[in-house]
Structures are given as C-alpha cells and as structure tokens.
Design a protein around this ligand. Structure first.
Ligand code: ATP
Ligand code: MG
Length: 202
C-alpha cells in the first residue's frame, strides 16, 4: 500500500518477513538523463543509510534498517507507528515545549559530530511513545563547516516558521536544546541568523 508519493520517493507500507515495514523506493525522474539519474538515486540512498547509521550511533533514534537494495533503489526499514512531529505540534499535545527542547538536543548532537541532516522539517521527525525518530537524511552530508550546519538550522527555522507560526516562540526552546547538546553551537546559530538577515535585507 502506497502511503506517500513524494517528488522523489514512494513510501509503501508492506509485509516483509512477517513484519510491517516501510519501503522507500526512489523513482526514476523522466526528465533526467538515465545515467545521471541512476547515479543520483544510488548516491542519495547511500547517503541516507550512512547518515541514519551514524546518527543511531550517537543515540538518536532512527528506524531500524532491514534491507538496502541499491539496484532496486530501495530501503526497507522499521515502520515507526507514530505521528509526524508536524502534526503533534499542531495538536493539543501537552508538552510542546519539552518536545521542542528534545528536537534541539538531537539536532545539536548530530551537528556536534558533523552530521548535517539536509531536510530538517517537522515532517521528517516522528514521535512514537515519547521517542523522537529522525528520517529522510537523503539530502544530508558529513560536514563540520559552520556554513553547512548554519544552512541546516536555517531550513529548520524556515520550516518551523511556516508550519508552526502560532507557536513560533518555541523555536527559541529548540535553540536552547541545541546549545545544551552542542556547546560550541553558538557560531552555527549566529550563521543561521546571518543567513536570515541576508535573505531579508538584500
Ligand atoms: N520509517 C517510517 N515509519 C513511518 N512513517 C514513515 C517512515 N518513513 C517515512 N514515513 C512517512 O512517509 C513520509 C515521507 O517519507 P520521507 O520523508 O522519507 O520521504 P520524502 O520526503 O518523500 O523523501 P525525499 O525527501 O527523500 O525525496 C514521512 O513524512 C512519514 O510520514
Ligand atoms: Mg520527507
């Protein structure tokens, strides 16, 4: 059963060895040259799996990876039967501030070890039984550069602003969590602010 068909990937809920799993298949883009397309797709899958695995080593929850099929452009992973943080933050959920703090802490942990997620939106974070799971690392990269990490935070901020404008003050809580986990992260926050003011005034 297809549960989501994005621009680049199809997400299916499937039975696999008697479990319910998610399969994420990158589909061919007709407008891209075939060889380039193949390279991009397999690159993104490799990146996604690599960054998921590295994040898990840092103690961040990610879905368990059951299978990676580079020829079929497919990742088979645990079905995290929870809710998108995007929806949780727009619901009556009680401890939104605590949730935001933990989002910041996890992102801080990643950044402290040079993992830029690449698509930090609240649709790419799931909440299940009080645990946060990060998904969709395919646009991420390994980098300790302030510029790269700053862009990562900038995207988080922009997404937070558009999806959660009513509770945008909680973004400060995200940043507090970030600094608590990544003591040297203030440069990155500064970079995020620079990027924002550039966008606004130039
Ligand atoms: N392991 C999972 N467990 C539960 N739901 C998932 C899982 N993986 C993906 N989903 C659901 O599918 C949606 C899309 O998945 P994902 O973010 O990985 O793909 P995408 O945004 O289409 O891909 P990409 O940005 O890599 O092209 C998520 O927002 C989530 O609702
Ligand atoms: Mg996504």
């Amino acid at each position: 059963m297809i549960i989501r068909k994005g621009a680049e990937a199809e997400i299916r809920l499937e039975d696999w060895n008697e479990r319910k799993v998610i399969s994420k298949v990158r589909v061919r883009k007709g407008y891209r040259n075939t060889q380039l397309d193949e390279r991009l797709r397999s690159q993104r899958i490799k990146t996604e799996v690599k960054l998921m695995t590295e994040s898990r080593r840092l103690g961040i929850s990610i879905p368990i990876i059951f299978d990676v099929d580079l020829n079929g452009n497919k990742i088979v992973m645990e079905f995290v039967e929870g809710e998108r943080v995007k929806d949780v933050l727009e619901s009556g959920y009680e401890d939104k501030s605590g949730l935001c703090r933990r989002i910041g802490e996890d992102v801080g942990k990643m950044h402290a070890k040079g993992i830029a997620h690449g698509d930090l939106t609240t649709s790419n974070i799931l909440l299940k039984e009080d645990r946060l799971y990060f998904i969709d690392f395919s646009l991420g990269e390994k980098s300790k550069e302030v510029e790269v990490l700053g862009v990562d935070l900038h995207l988080l901020r922009e997404g937070f602003f558009s999806a959660h404008s009513q509770i945008f003050d909680l973004f400060d809580v995200v940043m507090k969590g970030y600094l608590a986990a990544y003591g040297e992260g203030s440069d990155v926050i500064q970079k995020m602010e620079d990027i924002e003011s550039r966008g606004r005034y130039t």
